[in-house]
Design a protein around this ligand. Sequence first.
Ligand code: BG6
Length: 486
Amino acid sequence: MSKFPTGFMWGGATAANQLEGAWNSDGKGMSVADVAKFKPNIDKKDYVSQWHTSPSDILAAKETDDEIYYPKRHGIDHYHRYEEDIALFSEMGFKCYRMSIAWTRIFPNGDETEPNEAGLAYYEKAFQTLRKYNIEPLVTLSHYEMPLHLVEAYGGWANRQVMDMFVNYSKTCIDRFNGLVKYWLTFNEIDSAFRHAFTTVGIIEENYPSKKKAEEAIYQSLHHQFVASSLVTKYLKEVSPESEMGCMVTKTMTYPETCNPEDVYLAQKDNRMNFFYTDVQVRGVYPKFVLNYWKNNEFNIAMTPDDLSVIKEYPVDFISFSYYMSIVQSIDADQREKVGGNLTTGVKNPYLSITDWGWQVDPLGLHISLIDLYDRYQKPLWIVENGLGYQDTVEEDGSIQDDYRIDYFRDHFKAIADAIADGVEVMGYTSWGCIDIVSASTSQMSKRYGFIYVDLDDYNEGTLKRTKKKSFEWYKRVIATNGEEM
Ligand code: BG6
């Protein structure tokens, strides 16, 4: 008998800015993703530099229509091929598909009063196509693609007006897609504001007089996002009570390097910070340690009593998260080998294997994370991102034998099954980049996650032809047997 509950939502996940392309078609405005440059000479493991976009980078990007060095502008041309791609997802047996709406297709600059009909019509057709195949959409309203204009003219999310504009954009989507979309997420990896502030909250750190001032602005932005999330949840419940809203965080499991209490305390600090976001969005209150931190640093975070009541009254219905790796903290970090990854850097864990991009692979860490989250909140969990970034090889016969990816998924699926056996409520699983897309951090095509290979290289050369990898048939079997056959 399957260890996964009946109705378990197997599927895949993507984000508009990494696959749609058509960056300036049908009235779409420029988003922060459209100025993200592919930097071929940067170390694959140098996560911080990969993400960094300076004020001069933005100016240079705005002056060019180039797509080769701005790969998120072309993506995999999903905008024109979504029907073919969704048909392939259906062939794999997807029960659900996580995708995002590009804010700039609906409100090109973010501050318009009327939405762009062409953008709404595009997503309506995409959702109808999913429904035709009985695939449940799970929709992220903001996945690293805020309008660039809101950064330049308003200073990003530190400005409360941006919160109002986001709420208006979200209400527009909820109204238009009512009946087509039941499951929503507000902000992708809300915690990443401290890892790449420009992409997530539109904060350009160079524009602040000090690192502390930029940090204060990021906390202010997060406050606005928390309030926005609750206001949107409130609206969703009013107009579509059967719909559900989730939060989305990067699950960052941190281990102490040793049983030295100082290592344990360092790891606890990281884990506690990781819980900050879900504490607010699930419990509806700010944890005391964050309030104390603001006080001790003289951070003045503007908020109204109404903000706190709406956060309290409208928490999320479920918790979704991405999980790729775990990290290790040590008081002797200076003397240890470091690793990169989609988190800040940590110390190398000798028990784990590591990808070419420096991400430490840890399936048991997923099992532990599921228990940690469930025991803390007793809310249903949905793993909405997980997967292996790998440089696949196309064999002479045109096939892609990605057994390494199958092994990765099998280990992680077993970890989920074990967590379910341990009493954790898991709603579903959507693998990241179920079709090859442009990497968020490196803007490479060669960092591939998909079950479906897309013929396109890092320099926008290729036919865009879609080919099923070996893992395609394997995942299809997993879904068809609800995880019994792996
Ligand atoms: C997550 C993001 O952090 O990691 C995705 O939500 C991203 O957008 C994914 O693509 C994998 O990261 P990368 O940099 O390998 O694409």
